[in-house]
Design a protein around this ligand. Structure first.
Ligand code: Z5A
Length: 211
């Protein structure tokens, strides 16, 4: 896969502040005259957004873990083909709210599916393509869930127990530990201006690496 722009993903458990901080990152990119698009997973194209609705809608039927995993990658295949790769090839940066790290964290860490199986699907869908930088917003689970539940109704995955999110958070932290050049862990438990000070440093280092 050919890519000229930078592909940056933002990850973390629920309520960590991804939506809030993606707005801040978008402003930073615009102020630095970097042409970019912002997107999200699951979703990002009309077809992938339909898969998102199927995945997140609360329902009576228990969704089997493998079906959930395959739908995440089905949405991702479409998103990569129709939106992410074309934008990168035009030299744009792509800022994405979640990507495959979320699959390792939620379907691997949270659901307990095999990380090898996820890695195989990652190779099938992405080849060797990986985000250039992953910004991991990290908060203790009780803070994230407290913020998320104060804000809106919980979707199907958000209705999981705290132990599920502990495993999700741990998987994210393990992945960041294993690849410190690509992962930027930001303490998102502090006040928003302090979070954004940390983000500015991270963005400056990613920009320096891109040129
Ligand atoms: N999922 C998966 O399982 N596997 C996959 O491969 C992928 C996804 C790609 C998508 O949800 C769901 O899909 C997600 C994982 C799963 N499921 N769950 N559960 P999403 O990414 O669209 O939404 P989310 O994770 O549920 O995010 P969120 O709830 O929208 O939270 P957020 O965007 O991280 O937070 P926020 O809306 O910016 O902030 C939450 C509140 O906290 C809000 O009121 C803010 O004003 C406040 N906030 C933010 N920062 C601060 C600070 N620093 N201090 C105080 N208050 C703050």
């Amino acid at each position: 896969m050919n890519n000229k722009g930078m592909f940056i993903t933002v990850e973390g458990i629920e309520g960590v502040g991804k939506t809030t901080n993606i707005q801040f990152i978008s402003e930073w990119l615009s102020n630095n005259n970097i042409e970019f698009i912002a997107s999200r997973e699951p979703g990002g194209t009309p077809f992938a957004e339909e898969i998102r609705n199927v995945l997140l809608q609360p329902r009576d039927e228990k969704v089997c873990d493998t079906a959930e995993l395959l739908l995440m990658f089905a949405a991702r295949a479409q998103h990569l083909d129709a939106l992410i790769q074309p934008a990168l090839e035009q030299g744009k940066w792509v800022l994405c709210d979640r990507f495959t790290d979320a699959t390792y964290a939620y379907q691997g860490g949270g659901r307990g599916l095999s990380l090898d199986l996820i890695a195989q699907l990652e190779t099938i869908v992405q080849g060797a393509f990986r985000p250039h930088a992953v910004i991991l917003l990290d908060v203790p689970v009780e803070i994230g869930l407290g913020r998320a539940s104060a804000r809106s109704e919980l979707d199907r995955i958000e209705q999981e127990k705290a132990s599920f999110f502990e495993a999700v958070r741990q998987q994210y932290l393990d992945r960041a530990d294993a690849d410190p050049d690509r992962y930027h862990v930001v303490d998102a438990s502090v006040d928003l201006p302090e979070v954004q000070n940390q983000l500015q440093d991270v963005l400056a280092s990613i920009k320096a690496r891109s040129s």
